[in-house]
Design a protein around this ligand. Structure first.
Ligand SMILES: Cc1cc2nc3c(=O)[nH]c(=O)nc-3n(C[C@H](O)[C@H](O)[C@H](O)COP(=O)(O)OP(=O)(O)OC[C@H]3O[C@@H](n4cnc5c(N)ncnc54)[C@H](O)[C@@H]3O)c2cc1C
Ligand code: FES
Length: 320
């Protein structure tokens, strides 16, 4: 069995196991979310040992040069020496200021941030309950906004989503870790179209990116596909209503089951996204929300011609 090191501690784990699984099994609480190399929550630094390219996919050149790697994509091996990296320290406490319930299963939440925490639209924060339960949520707001906006779907018997949607009183304080992830706009791409697909509460980061594009004076079309099961499941946050007047925005609601939502269509979101990509093949593509649908979208759009370097996906994989 290979032995690797986490700081000064030697940990044995079966060959083929990821460093993330091995660390969690050994009781080391490092942040994680997607467990698929997408969200960058599990960033570690390797000062020695073998780091395959797959463990550094999506990281910036300076991060690679520092030996940073995604623990969920890093197989354990003899001689691997790991330490924490990235914003794994607590960022402070968020205070719940306002809760809207646009549908029976969705809450739009506004938190006042602790000093110094200004996440970018599309990044994610891990919220931590008093009992230590931790879950990631994607950011819909801009760093300039007064409040951090999150959209949460209440999952049946869901521990954190019930707290956030129902039981946490206004004024409740939740610790946060982060921000994580690179599902954010790139600098200097104002002339490149954007294709944003938000499934369910995956709308949150996509709306954030659309608002960010508006804020940065985007000159290319921004297509925002909002997908849901049916028209009742779709919701329109205040920020989206205001943004809908922006001429560069093409907002396209798509539902699986009829009747069609206002200005939208009934059908498969994958087909709608493929059509949108055909209209703007050079678009940078962002996909977020319900994991099975997002994974299907990622495969289909890659086959349809989107390049891997311009395809960003944050599937909402349940925390196991
Ligand atoms: C990168 C990332 C970003 C995320 N961003 C958001 C966000 O912006 N908004 C948001 O609402 N959620 C988001 N999530 C999902 C969120 O982190 C939680 O998983 C979700 O709120 C459920 O947590 P819970 O504690 O309520 O449920 P749990 O108590 O963990 O689960 C209760 C039961 O529900 C099942 N379950 C959990 N999640 C789902 C699901 N999505 N679909 C079907 N069954 C499920 C579990 O397997 C379990 O059986 C994100 C997840 C990831 C990985
Ligand atoms: S948990 Fe490793 S990248 Fe998301």
């Amino acid at each position: 069995m290979p032995t690797f090191h986490w700081e000064d501690r030697a940990i044995e784990a079966p060959a083929g196991m990821s460093a993330l699984e091995a660390l969690l099994a050994a009781g080391v609480l490092i942040p994680s979310a997607c467990r698929a190399g997408a969200c960058q929550s599990c960033l570690v630094r390797a000062s020695a040992g073998t780091v395959p390219p797959a463990a550094q996919l999506g990281l910036k050149d300076d991060q690679r040069a520092r030996g940073e790697a995604l623990a969920c994509r890093l197989p354990v091996s003899d001689g691997l020496q790991l330490t924490p990296a990235g914003p794994s320290a607590l960022a402070g406490e968020l205070v719940l200021q306002r809760r809207l319930r646009p549908t029976p299963t969705v809450a739009v939440l506004y938190f006042s941030p602790p000093p110094g925490l200004r996440p970018l639209a599309g990044q994610l924060l891990h919220l931590i309950r008093e009992d230590g339960l931790s879950r990631p949520y994607s950011v819909a707001s801009l760093p300039e906004d007064e409040h951090i906006e999150l959209h949460v779907r209440q999952v049946p018997n869901g521990q954190m989503s019930t707290t956030l949607c129902d039981t946490a009183p206004i004024g409740a304080r939740l610790k946060a870790r982060g921000p994580f992830g690179d599902c954010t706009l790139r600098d200097g791409e104002q002339d490149r179209p954007l294709l944003l697909v938000g499934v369910g509460t995956g709308l949150a980061p996509m709306l954030g990116l659309a608002r960010d594009a508006h804020h940065r004076g985007w000159r290319a079309p921004v297509t925002l596909i909002q997908a849901g099961l049916n028209a009742e499941a779709l919701y329109t946050p205040e920020t989206l209503s205001r943004l809908s007047a922006w001429p560069m925005l093409r907002w396209r609601p798509v539902v699986l089951q009829g009747p069609a939502p206002e200005g939208g269509e009934v059908g498969d979101v994958v087909e709608a996204a493929k059509r949108a990509l055909a209209e703007t093949p050079e678009a940078r593509v962002y996909l977020c929300g319900d994991a099975p649908v997002v994974n299907r979208l990622r495969r289909a759009l890659f086959i349809a011609g989107a390049s891997l370097s311009a395809l960003h996906a944050d599937p909402f994989t349940p925390t196991t």
